[in-house]
Design a protein around this ligand. Structure first.
Ligand code: BGC
Length: 418
């Protein structure tokens, strides 16, 4: 019986592949917000691969770090009945789009490519809606990084801080030596990114998970969160007065060119260092944000597939998904993007030490319980909840009157928004 089902399935699959083989080259339109230097180099590789398969790449880039602008534009396109082939959508939002009934079922491609065997369950689960693959992962980003310019620390005569307790003394010295201690862009998603690393460093993975993934009320307004908010207030003292609305990659550039000492940002920042020809361990160093060495806040970029009408468009979409999971793509895209491959079992020989550390920490933290989804990058909670919490974080970050205790109470209230 089992064999019969298998044979039938294989026959069905080959018929649909044959039907697809008759299809023509398609326009493959992909919505994303990868417009900074390293990001654009990564997208260019995807375009090249699709064109090599005979398709036409239709770039649908909507600038804006963190992707808020892109999501707004996507909604209006889908509502008007004209979705792109795929869009960069992440985490729980994939479930929300799935519930709208507008996503394509990619199980045939996934089966042919053995995705279940190649993706760790923590990644595969995010890509499925009701057990069916609707998305394909391009990478795994780590958010809890600190990027530092060692030359700046040397000039200031101070060691790079490894804990939040060491941080203020180091920052004072950097400031006295004429450097900006923390390169930051005052945009809500960047404030939120620093916040989550501080919460992780102060509270540890179990607290982070209780507060920012499970949204436990007592944790959100309790003493550990208040301590994290006090720490965030301390960090804020060390950003420059021109930070308001600065793009993240411009903040990275301040570390690259030695104006600032460090930046708290996910490893897409490494894409900027690489694009500028800088070498890790020499021109810059990557360190887990203070106190977060045994944790990994993950942020998986994925292309979510929208239902296509014509056979051509379907074929283009299947080729896109197949290309994204290929070892060639997972290597070249992530070498440029700063992330590590989502596909397991890849040879990391061409990757630098930061990527190798990320891969090792991903595996170790999965075992120790330190592997947790990033709330600032839409991996942890529904978008509406994350948005409400982000609003509070930004208000607090920009306010000089709100106390950490008041902010913690507001966080707990915001966590109830669905
Ligand atoms: C995305 C990254 C992107 C970064 C900056 C994150 O939310 O996951 O792919 O590079 O935002 O735009």
């Amino acid at each position: 019986m089992k064999t019969l089902i298998k044979t039938l399935h294989a026959a069905l699959l080959s018929t649909s592949l044959l039907a697809a083989a008759g299809a023509q080259a398609a326009d493959v339109e992909v919505l994303h917000w990868w417009t900074a230097g390293g990001e654009a180099r990564s997208v260019a590789e995807l375009k090249k691969m699709l064109e090599a398969k005979g398709h036409k790449w239709k770039d649908f880039a909507v600038a804006g770090g963190g992707g808020e602008n892109a999501m707004t534009v996507l909604k209006s396109r889908v509502v008007s009945g004209n979705p792109p082939t795929a869009a960069q959508i992440k985490g729980p939002s994939i479930q929300e789009w799935g519930a709208e009934g507008v996503l394509a079922n990619m199980n045939d491609v996934a089966k042919a490519g053995n995705w279940d065997g190649l993706l760790p369950p923590v990644v595969a689960n995010v890509m499925k809606y009701k057990g069916n693959y609707v998305a394909v992962p391009v990478n795994v980003h780590r958010v809890n990084w600190m990027w530092a310019n060692p030359e700046v620390f040397k000039k200031a005569g101070v060691a790079i801080p490894k804990t939040w307790d060491e941080f203020p003394a180091a920052a004072e010295k950097l400031q006295k030596a004429g450097f900006i201690p923390v390169a930051h862009g005052g945009q809500p998603w960047q404030d939120f990114t620093v916040f989550e690393s501080v919460v992780m460093g102060v509270g540890g993975p179990a607290f982070y998970k209780k507060a920012l993934v499970d949204l436990d009320q007592a944790s959100l307004k309790g003493p550990t969160m208040i301590k994290a908010l006090e720490t965030l207030q301390m960090v804020r003292k060390y950003i420059d007065k021109d930070a308001a609305n600065r793009d993240w990659n411009l903040a990275t550039a301040m570390v690259i060119n030695g104006k600032a000492a460090m930046q708290f940002m996910g490893d897409w920042a490494k894409g900027e260092f690489s694009a500028a020809g800088k070498k890790p361990g020499k021109d810059y160093v990557c360190l887990p944000a203070p106190g977060t060495a045994n944790a990994f806040t993950f942020n998986i970029d994925s292309l979510v597939m929208f239902t296509q009408k014509s056979a051509d468009a379907k074929k283009g979409q299947q080729d896109l998904a197949t290309a994204v999971m290929s070892p060639e793509f997972q290597e070249v895209f992530n070498l440029n993007k700063g992330s590590i491959p989502a596909r397991q079992g890849m040879d990391l020989a061409k990757f630098d030490d930061c990527a190798k550390q990320s891969a090792a920490d991903f595996t170790a933290s999965a075992k120790s319980g330190g592997l947790v989804p990033s709330i600032a990058h839409q991996m942890a909670v529904p978008a509406a909840t994350a948005g409400a919490i982000q609003d509070v974080v930004t208000q607090f970050f920009n306010s000089h009157t709100m106390t950490p205790k008041a902010a913690a109470d507001k966080l707990a209230l915001a966590a109830k928004v669905r």
